[in-house]
Unconditional design. Structure first.
Length: 302
C-alpha cells in the first residue's frame, strides 16, 4: 500500500544520506597491492550486509515467523506441512523484499558514486597505458595501478594514464549501479504483477482486506496495551494496596523484606498449567501469596 511505499522511500533516502556521510568521513583507499580489493569490497559489501540483517531484525513479521516455533503446543496445532511451507515462503519473500530496500540502495548509490569500485579494481585493469614502460613486470604494473586512486602517489608522467584508468573504472561502476537499479525495478514490478494475477481477490476486495488487516492490528495493539495495563494493575494493587493514579487513597500496604526479595531479580516465563504462564516475579507472587500484610492509614487527600 501507500504506507509501504512511503516507508521504503524514507529508508532509501536515509540510506543515501548515510552513505554520503560514511564515505566523506571514513573512506580512504590504501592504494596498495592486495589491500585495495579487500578495502573496497569491505566498504561495498559489509554495510549492505549489516543493513540487510537490520532490515530483517526490525520487521515484526520476522519475529512472528520464528517465535515459539519449537513450542510443543505449536507442533500439536501446526497445519499440514505443504500449506505451512507455502505460507512460510510467502512471508519470507515479503520480509526479504522489505529488508533488501536499504542494502540495494547502498549498493546502487556506492556503485554510481564509483569511489569504492575504483579503489577495489584499480590494480586489475587489463589494458596498456601511455607512459608505462613496456618492460615493466606484471607485479610492478599492478603496484603502479594500485596507486592510481591516490593522485598524490602517481608520478607526473603517469597522470594521463591514471585519468584514463579512473574514467574507465567509474564508467564500469556507474553502469553496474544503473543495471542493478533496473534489475531491481523490473523484479519488483513483475513480482507485484504475478502476485496480483494469482490473487484470489478482486482489486477493490484486496484493498478492503489490506485496510482490514491494518485496522485490526492497530486495534489489537491498543487492546493489548490496555488489557496488559489492567492486568498488571491488579498485581501492583495487591502488592502496594492501591491503584496508581487513584485519588483519596485511604491506606497503603507496606511490603515485607521477604516480599521485596520475591519480586526482585531476573525471571523467565514460568508455565503454571497447560494454558497459562507467569509473566514476571510480581505476577507469580500475586497469584501465589494470600492478601495480608501490614497496612498504613493515609490522609483522605494525600
Amino acid at each position: 500500500g501507500k504506507e509501504v511505499v512511503v516507508v521504503n522511500a524514507i529508508i532509501a533516502i536515509l540510506t543515501i544520506g548515510g552513505q554520503q556521510l560514511f564515505s566523506f568521513f571514513t573512506f580512504s583507499c590504501p592504494c596498495h597491492v592486495g589491500q585495495n580489493l579487500i578495502y573496497g569490497l569491505a566498504f561495498l559489501g559489509v554495510p549492505a550486509l549489516i543493513l540487510l540483517i537490520v532490515g530483517y531484525a526490525l520487521n515484526n513479521q520476522t519475529w512472528r515467523l520464528v517465535t515459539g516455533k519449537r513450542s510443543p503446543l505449536q507442533e500439536k496445532t501446526a497445519p499440514n506441512r505443504l500449506l505451512q511451507c507455502k505460507l512460510i515462503c510467502f512471508v519470507l519473500c515479503g520480509i526479504t523484499g522489505r529488508a533488501l530496500v536499504a542494502p540495494v540502495t547502498w549498493l546502487a548509490v556506492t556503485l554510481i558514486n564509483g569511489s569504492y569500485y575504483v579503489c577495489a579494481m584499480s590494480e586489475y585493469v587489463s589494458v596498456y597505458y601511455y607512459g608505462v614502460d613496456p618492460n615493466v613486470t606484471a607485479d610492478e604494473r599492478r603496484r603502479i595501478l594500485a596507486t592510481f586512486p591516490c593522485s598524490q602517489l602517481v608520478p607526473p608522467e603517469l597522470t594521463r594514464a591514471r585519468d584514463e584508468v579512473i574514467l574507465l573504472l567509474r564508467y564500469q561502476s556507474q553502469v553496474a549501479g544503473w543495471l542493478l537499479i533496473a534489475v531491481v525495478a523490473i523484479t519488483v514490478f513483475l513480482s507485484y504483477c504475478l502476485a496480483s494475477c494469482f490473487s484470489p481477490l478482486s482489486f477493490l476486495h484486496f484493498r478492503y482486506w489490506s485496510n482490514y488487516v491494518h485496522n485490526e492490528q492497530e486495534l489489537f495493539d491498543e487492546a493489548t496495551d490496555q488489557h496488559s495495563r489492567l492486568y498488571a494493575m491488579q498485581h501492583v494493587r495487591k502488592f502496594f494496596g492501591f491503584v496508581p493514579g487513584s485519588e483519596n487513597v485511604k491506606e497503603i500496604r507496606i511490603p515485607s523484606l521477604r516480599e521485596w526479595q520475591a519480586i526482585s531479580g531476573l525471571a523467565f516465563l514460568e508455565r503454571v498449567d497447560e494454558e497459562h504462564y507467569d509473566y514476571s516475579l510480581l505476577h507469580d507472587w500475586a497469584l501465589k501469596e494470600p492478601v495480608n500484610g501490614k497496612y498504613l492509614k493515609t490522609d483522605e487527600d494525600p
